[in-house]
Design a binder for this molecule. Structure first.
Ligand code: EPU
Length: 335
């Protein structure tokens, strides 16, 4: 376990921001992690996984700890279900592919989501009608204050749309995640509009989990920029939830406003639509901007700083507040 001084994090955040950490280390076991937490004197300790949901806006004066604990195992629970245990440092999509190869179903809609498995519960990753919480059973967590390992059940995690206890309480580091997947009688989720359309256009009548994974991968590739080519962190904002009354009011000026009913009183509005309507889609200033195919994704074309991207996001927030009277919230964690 080597500690490097003045380390550039450019290869450790998918935004590709060239921010410096005073100290950096990468750990590959729980023992190494415990040791570094108890021995390093830096007050500021920042834990990162795949770096796919962070925007670093400053020099980090403390220690950055890259969590790189690997391993996947599985065991059959009954005739239908298998429990899969994935260590935090496993790349999420590689874990999805491992499950597909073993004919394990439940996370095929979550194909190609960037980042590591340890980050998946933090924001309860979701896409195309499935959220992590739908297959999650528990996770193993290190409490950095006590250096103790505890098991969190699904209820303990307090999952909500793009939210969990881990967003509110930063003392917990996720070490591994357990999922309950099907090895027989897979329950496919195909109701998300664009999946259904692709199935029809490809003439697939009885889709398999691999078909869904391929379709989701294709849709994501069409819409979302590859962080290896254009720096980004996926959706920058959450889709806001507004009251029915406000939606009715907005419909007077914006007849075509898309909305999804959450409950009798609450409706989710696609932030991508709001940002596009406000004229930001495809806009580029210097090396930062809004992606041309998905207005919810902010991008770094090369040399943008985290501070520039953050300030740009604030100007988008201001415009959305002014035009629609809707407050956007970040999905990405700002450091
Ligand atoms: N839309 C626009 N313009 C845009 C983008 C979207 O008008 O530029 C509108 C359209 O009405 C479209 C609707 O938004 O029908 C929904 O768009 P999309 O299916 O692309 O999904 P999203 O709501 O923008 C969410 C997740 C994505 C996830 C997709 C697919 C959030 C914050 N984002 O995006 O997650 O892949 O659904 O399920 O909930 C991520 O979290 O990083 C992420 C990419």
């Amino acid at each position: 376990m080597k500690i490097v001084n003045n380390f550039s994090l450019i290869n450790h955040n998918t935004f590709g921001v060239d921010a410096i950490a005073n100290q950096f280390t990468s750990i590959s076991s729980i023992n190494e992690l415990k040791k570094i937490i108890s021995s390093n004197e830096s007050k500021e300790k920042i834990f990162i996984g795949g770096g796919s949901n962070i925007l670093i806006t400053k020099k980090i004066e403390g220690l950055v700890i890259h969590l790189n604990i690997k391993g996947i195992s599985s065991k059959k629970i009954d005739n239908n279900y298998t429990e899969v245990n994935i260590k935090a440092g496993e790349n999420w999509n590689e874990a999805v592919i491992w499950c597909l190869k073993n004919d394990l179903g439940g996370i095929e809609n979550l194909s190609l989501i960037p980042g590591n498995t340890g980050a998946a519960p933090i924001q309860n990753i979701g896409a195309y009608g499935v959220e992590l919480k739908d297959v999650f059973t528990s996770c193993e967590v290190l409490n950095v204050n006590t250096n103790e390992i505890v098991e969190f059940s699904k209820v303990d995690c307090q999952f909500e749309y793009r939210n969990s206890i881990f967003k509110k309480n930063k003392n917990y580091i996720i070490l591994s995640v357990k999922l309950k997947l099907t090895h027989a009688n897979h329950k496919l989720k195909v109701d998300y509009g664009s999946i259904n359309e692709k199935l029809i256009s490809l003439g697939i009548v009885n889709p398999k989990i691999n078909d869904i994974a391929n379709i989701v991968t294709q849709i994501r590739k069409e819409k979302l920029p590859d962080p290896k080519e254009i720096g980004n962190s996926g959706s920058f904002f959450k889709n806001p939830i507004i009251k029915k009354k406000q939606l009715e009011k907005l419909k007077l000026n914006f007849k075509d406003i898309p909305n999804y009913k959450i409950s009798d009183e609450n409706y989710k509005i696609p932030a991508g639509w709001l940002i596009e309507k406000a004229g930001f889609k495809g806009k580029r200033i210097k090396d930062y901007g809004v992606h041309k195919n998905q207005a919810l994704v902010l991008v770094n074309y090369g040399n943008a700083t985290g501070k520039e991207i953050l300030e740009f996001s604030l100007s988008i927030e201001k415009a959305i507040q002014f035009i629609f009277d809707i407050k956007l919230e970040n999905e990405v964690n700002i450091i």
